[in-house]
Design a protein around this ligand. Structure first.
Ligand code: ADP
Ligand code: MG
Length: 118
């Protein structure tokens, strides 16, 4: 559902095919993390503007176990679930702004923005 919504919004906002693919892939990885590791959560999507430039902002939030070692979690190949461990690092590389906040026992919040190319 997240993939489809992001795809539709990015298309409507005039993002290129490459930009759309980037933001949809990031949404897919972060959404999957919220479901698999965070035990479910939500995504908030908004259009943002700065200096006449528009971007798509996605915020994923869950109330799961949280991440105790963020640096380790961001490292390519690290996974506590024996999966690929490329989701967080990959998502960070695909967007222009990336912010991860997490409190063990409380949950995780990841905000990303992909600014549209002029
Ligand atoms: N929303 C989340 N809640 C709790 N832990 C998370 C969350 N997202 C990521 N993590 C932790 O970070 C690790 C790395 O995430 P990721 O790079 O997406 O790899 P993978 O999902 O393949 O394990 C996960 O294995 C998990 O331990
Ligand atoms: Mg993942």
């Amino acid at each position: 559902m997240a993939r489809r919504l992001v795809q539709d919004w990015a298309t409507r906002l005039g993002f290129s095919v490459v930009e759309r693919t980037k933001v949809v892939t990031a949404a897919s990885e972060l959404g999957r993390n919220a479901l698999v590791h965070g035990k479910g959560g939500f995504m908030l999507m908004s259009e943002v503007q700065r200096e006449g430039r528009s971007g798509l902002k996605l915020m994923f939030e869950d109330q799961g176990p949280g991440i105790s070692d963020i640096e380790q979690a961001m490292t390519d190949g690290f996974s506590s679930a024996k999966s690929m461990g490329l989701g967080l690092g990959g998502a960070r590389r695909l967007v222009t702004e990336f912010e991860l906040q997490s409190t063990p026992g409380m949950g995780t919040k990841v905000s990303v923005i992909l600014w549209k190319r002029r």
